[in-house]
Design a binder for this molecule. Structure first.
Ligand code: ADP
Ligand code: MG
Length: 362
């Protein structure tokens, strides 16, 4: 619980039961480079002043991210992206209080670009360096100061769904997180991307399937749901089921995909989102927690947003749906973690290195 009171020109904040001092003006430069988006953001006291994201178009030709091409593109993008973030925020480098960067998880070559850049700049400016766990950042994006986006109270549950992760996390405090269940194989974003590839659509496939699904019948085709533990996920079987289904239908009618694309997409989306909703319901039943957030790239999905929001009426849960721009990888979410770490003086030495594997509770 946060207790806030004014003391002359500074504020004191209670975080993890420690009182900490809030300076009047904290400017964080945040850098995200874990996968295929180069992003930089400036936050002022937890509010986003700028959030620049350079998407790497180069991967769409390959149907997935090519790690070596990603790190090269980060090298080209990082300086202009940081410059643009400073410009849009209307501040200069010497105004910065600290630099936050993604330490992991992600592609090692990509992470190294952001890590090295952040370390050099922090050293040059003689300001603190803050390493951020990308998975914590997806969740804590809910604490970015935004009008009409209430922050979830502790404890809450978060369904973190992205291209690399699918997990249900219990959040008891800013940096107290516990994984209750996760995928045993593919992530949900991968299921979307691989399904899109089978259908001959581009990359990333999630937004394409989501868009096509809008005009299709979600009950047109049935796909069996995986049989795993109540809080676990599995998507590799679904991907194979979709592949065999399409092959069989194409043998009967070579134009099957073209003639039924919207119905196929709507049916895939319905199956995936129903699996996700069922798992959240299991987690609510097990924990008794009814404040539910979603985070990560797949939380941009229109169906999961709609169905979670509906539970506010049907189940009396409270749903926390992130602002669209904070769903897929972005530096603003890295910045909010940087801000909360700055408040409790959690800084990192210049010897820090990137970690390609990092769990949300590490
Ligand atoms: P990462 O897994 O690298 O952290 P993100 O958090 O940016 O990446 O998530 C990217 C994933 O989100 C991709 O798999 C993409 O297909 C998926 N995605 C993005 N928008 C949607 C959407 N509207 N519906 C479903 N999936 C989506
Ligand atoms: Mg991500």
């Amino acid at each position: 619980m946060i207790c806030l009171f004014l003391l002359f020109t500074t504020q004191n904040l209670c975080l993890n039961n420690n009182f900490i001092r809030i300076e009047k003006s904290i400017y964080i430069l945040a850098i995200e480079s874990s996968c295929d988006d180069t992003s930089a953001a400036i936050l002022h006291n937890g509010k986003v002043l700028s959030n620049v994201v350079a998407n790497q178009e180069i991967h769409s030709a390959y149907g997935g991210v090519v790690p070596e091409l990603a790190s090269r593109a980060h090298q080209q993008n990082i300086v202009p992206v940081v410059q643009q973030a400073l410009q849009r925020a209307n501040i200069v480098k010497k105004d910065l209080s600290a630099i936050a960067f993604t330490k992991g998880p992600g592609l090692m070559g990509s992470l190294l670009v952001g890590t090295s850049f952040a370390k050099s700049l922090a050293q040059a400016l003689q300001i603190p360096l803050i390493a951020v766990n990308h998975m914590q950042a997806h969740i804590l994006a809910h604490f970015i100061e935004e009008d009409s986006y209430p922050k979830p109270p502790f404890p809450f549950l978060c369904l973190t769904i992205s291209g690399g992760h699918t997990e249900i996390v219990k959040i008891s405090d800013y940096f107290e997180m516990e994984i209750l269940g996760s995928t045993l194989d593919d992530a949900v974003g991968e299921a979307y991307d691989k399904s899109a590839k089978i259908l001959g659509l581009g990359y990333p496939g999630g937004p394409l399937i989501d868009k096509l699904a809008q005009s299709g019948n979600p009950k047109a085709y049935q796909f069996t749901k995986p049989k795993v533990g109540p809080l676990d996920f599995s998507f590799s079987g679904l991907k194979t089921a979709i592949l065999y289904f399409i092959r069989k239908k194409q043998a009967e009618n070579p134009d099957f995909i073209k003639e039924n694309l919207a119905d196929i997409c709507a049916s895939i989306q319905h199956t995936i989102v129903t699996i996700l909703m069922d798992k959240i319901a299991n987690a609510v039943e097990q924990t008794g927690i009814t404040h539910i957030a979603i985070a990560g790239g797949v939380s941009a999905n229109s169906e999961i947003r709609k169905r979670l929001k509906e539970t506010e009426k049907t189940k009396k849960w409270t749903a926390y749906i992130p602002k669209f721009e904070y769903t897929t990888d972005n530096a603003a979410m890295i910045g909010i973690v940087g801000y909360y770490k700055y408040l409790i003086d959690t800084f990192d030495p210049n010897t820090i290195t990137a970690s390609s594997r990092l769990k949300v509770d590490e």
